[in-house]
Design a protein around this ligand. Structure first.
Ligand SMILES: Cc1cc2nc3c(=O)[nH]c(=O)nc-3n(C[C@H](O)[C@H](O)[C@H](O)COP(=O)(O)O)c2cc1C
Length: 185
């Protein structure tokens, strides 16, 4: 598989930016807003129609995406800290709130992702976990990484949502941001 170019340079995101995309149930992008295009370095036309892993950063654990898809396909909303890759190999951190939209028959029609710049403290904390997961995935495989992830949450006496709330610090502030973002789309 072709390894995408990465450079250790962070793209600073305007804290007011609302980065929105919408996919079908396979993760193919059907809508990208201007902010997403601007930050990722792609044009909207380059993003739309492509699988969302176009911005996948190799330092994001497979474990987190697997967990994410298992929740989304059960029509459960999800949120996560995500490190993304720009077209020219830089990175940016966002907090993403995923929202599943079903049609009249209850089938998944679209999945929305609303993103804001991630708080620095949360990024510092979650990076340690993600680095460990990526290392375990590479060295021992997915099973070991998933076991570690579940044990990590258990040892910290938190479920996943509680863990993300903890990373967000003032989660109520983010929750109200996400609620207002959902009205924009
Ligand atoms: C609505 C939506 C938004 C997504 N946004 C991102 C994203 O910003 N970055 C990312 O790496 N993956 C994102 N994904 C997950 C990708 O579809 C994919 O599962 C992930 O990049 C892992 O790719 P891989 O299986 O090729 O390793 C998103 C998925 C959905 C449904």
């Amino acid at each position: 598989m072709e390894r995408k170019k990465t450079i250790f340079e962070e793209v600073v995101i305007d804290p007011m930016a609302h980065i929105v995309s919408k996919t079908d149930k396979t993760g193919r992008i059907v809508y990208a807003n201007e902010a997403f295009a601007g930050i990722s370095g792609y044009t909207r036309a380059e993003l739309e129609g492509k699988p969302h892993n176009i911005v996948r950063h190799p330092y994001m654990p497979k474990t987190i995406f697997k967990f994410m898809w298992s929740r989304l396909l059960k029509k459960q909303n999800f949120y996560a800290f995500v490190k993304n890759l720009t077209k020219d190999g830089k990175f940016y951190w966002v907090v993403t709130d995923f929202e599943v939209k079903c049609d009249d028959r209850g089938e998944i029609e679209f999945i929305y992702a609303y993103r804001k710049a991630a708080p620095k403290k949360g990024v510092e904390e979650v990076s340690k976990l993600y680095q460990k997961l990526v290392a375990l995935e590479e060295r021992y495989g997915m099973h070991e990484a998933e076991e570690f992830f579940l044990k990590y949450l258990k040892d910290n006496k938190m479920n996943y949502n509680e863990y993300v709330d903890y990373l967000l610090g003032n989660s109520s502030m983010f929750k109200s941001w996400f609620t207002s973002l959902k009205k924009i789309k």
